[in-house]
Design a protein around this ligand. Sequence first.
Ligand code: MN3
Length: 203
Amino acid sequence: MDNKYPFELIPLPYAYDALEPHISEQTLTFHHDKHLQTYVDNLNKALAGNPQLQCLPLEYLLTHLGEVPASDRTAVQNNGGGVYNHNFYFESMTPEETQPSELLTELLVRDFGSVEKFLEEIKAAALSVFGSGWAWLVMTPDKRLKIITTPNQITPLQDGYLPLLNVDVWEHAYYLDYQNRRPDYVTQWKSIINWDMVSRRLP
Ligand code: MN3
């Protein structure tokens, strides 16, 4: 995801109805075509008056927010984070059957006890997010796997983590399908994780 200004809406890597019954066509259509499009448009607006930032990849902008003029910094954080987090989320799901690679399995067992235990822990983290935010599997600078949460559109990049997997727990990610039942949404999400993608993100 080293895309630059002007940012464009990256198409979903599967059909809008591909994740049914876990996530409906209606939810994915609104989430991708409306919510993500708005982040893309507002990120472009924030960068339009800053030509010195327009050649920089999104990851660079998010980890060097001090280089963004103060008047546009919050807009770049919120909308740049929104673009990064959503592209990462949509790519982290698949209708295909996938399994963690041998290496990823080994690391999950080492740091959580088992793949099952990891899934329980990331679900608990997702349920613990108060208000809008994300739960993540990340790799720390000393190469441990760790579960973290971030509020709003903060990314783990800003804390020096390598993101491996995320789940969106903003209400717009599940309300049409599950209303207030975030636990049911996260349970269903666990069965559509794109483990091939997560495995490929390991360094
Ligand atoms: Mn979202």
